[in-house]
Design a protein around this ligand. Structure first.
Ligand SMILES: [Zn+2]
Length: 401
């Protein structure tokens, strides 16, 4: 015989958080408990489940099975079917969910009626919630629009409109934001003067209890506009974190947060100028070093010089030196780093394909890399560097320096 349906106490009183009930069913050795009545809200309609305690045992999940509500407990309830139990819903978590959920009703109504932006979908997350709306608005107008919407919905919060629950027949109900696909009695949530929606969730009883509504972010996703919003204490907590983050960002710059946008732009300009100057200096230095190295290298019988040099840092930072050398005349250039980096460059008149030569040596010595006929780079285990260089010299048919 299936257990009797669970009466949902939260339907008519969202403030009732302490209740007594009778156990009507037990599953999984008492870890899942069914009751004749409950104040625990199960995950449904996007609103997450309530936590709390049942007979002193933590409730870790609550599932809606249509007729009954299944309470999942952290440990088995060691009481038989028919016993009386006491339930206590975590008030802070419930209030938080009611604020996000009711805030969404208000926000969606406002966006649809005042801006013509209907809500397509809603998601409630652990830290923030989002609504996806269809909105025809230019990207450059969006920040101003959002600031205005945020201001207006917060005014509607402060106006403290009553929020009521009524039961109306699906066949005769009118004025709903979205037609319900259910038959029979509908549970209607009305924000006076603002919205009428069929909904099974828990809501605060006046808009003032939603608390502040923060429209934090907007992004375009699959043709919709996704708005991140936070209500009540969440909005305050998030604003606090954002303010701390700004203060921390401003501190090393000895600036006030308000000066950050200008200051960061100035610093970016400065970094770009410095980077350009640095490149010019590196080119000048590379020219001098190339002259020195060129003079210190013997010309071989074939008329092609082979220049070798151990360099600091990464080999890619020394491309300019290799280019300065190969621009001087027929030569090959091998630059190495102690950590196993190699760069091989070849002048156009050297008769050497740097990419092919280096790749062959690297693959024979457990390394990887490649490049063009004029310049190639790679890395190999440092312990193979010496034998790889030797092999490379042989393949270039150059004597060791
Ligand atoms: Zn609702």
């Amino acid at each position: 015989m299936s257990p009797p349906a669970t009466a949902r106490l939260y339907y008519d009183d969202a403030t009732l958080l302490d209740f007594h009930a009778t156990v009507t069913g037990l599953r999984d050795g008492g870890r899942i408990v069914l009751l004749d009545r409950t104040a625990f809200y199960p995950t449904s309609g996007g609103q997450p489940f309530d936590r709390g305690e049942l007979h002193g045992i933590p409730v870790v999940d609550v599932e809606d099975e249509e007729a009954v509500i299944a309470h999942h407990l952290a440990s088995p309830l060691e009481r038989p079917v028919g016993s009386a139990v006491h339930g206590r819903v975590d008030a802070a978590r419930r209030m938080d969910h009611m604020q996000q959920h009711t805030g969404q009703h208000l926000l969606s109504a406002w966006l649809a009626d005042r801006y013509g932006w209907p809500t397509v979908s809603v998601h409630f997350g652990d830290e923030s919630a989002t609504v996806d709306v269809t909105a025809d608005v230019a990207a450059e107008d969006l920040p101003e629009q959002l600031a205005r919407i945020e201001h207006e919905v917060n005014e509607a919060v402060v106006a403290n409109h009553p929020i009521t629950i009524s039961y109306e027949d699906a066949a005769t109900v009118s004025g709903l934001r979205k037609a319900s696909d259910r038959d029979g009695m509908l549970r209607i949530i009305t924000i006076e003067g603002i919205d009428r929606s069929a909904c099974g969730g828990t809501h605060v009883s006046r808009t003032g209890a939603i608390g502040a509504i923060l429209l934090r972010r907007a992004e375009r996703t699959r043709g919709q506009l996704r708005l991140e919003f936070l209500c009540g204490q969440r909005a305050v907590t998030r604003a606090r974190l954002d303010a701390d983050l700004l203060a921390r960002t401003a501190r090393p710059l000895s600036a006030s947060p308000a000066d950050l946008p200008v200051l960061i732009e100035q610093q970016q300009q400065r970094v770009m100028t410095l980077e350009r100057d640095r490149r010019q200096l590196l080119e000048t230095i590379a020219g001098y070093r190339a002259t020195e190295l060129w003079a210190a290298t013997r010309v071989t019988g074939s008329g092609v010089r082979h220049v070798e040099q151990v360099v600091d840092g990464a080999v890619r930072d020394h491309e300019t030196l290799a280019q300065a050398l190969t621009a001087r005349g027929p030569c090959t250039v091998l630059l190495t780093t102690a950590s196993g980096g190699l760069l091989l460059a070849a002048s156009t008149d050297s008769g050497v394909d740097a990419g092919k030569q280096l790749k062959a040596i690297l693959s024979a010595h457990g390394g990887r890399g490649g490049g063009s006929p004029r310049m190639a780079q790679g890395t190999l285990p440092p312990e193979h560097l010496e034998s790889a260089c030797r092999a490379l010299r042989d393949s270039l048919q150059q004597p060791s320096p």
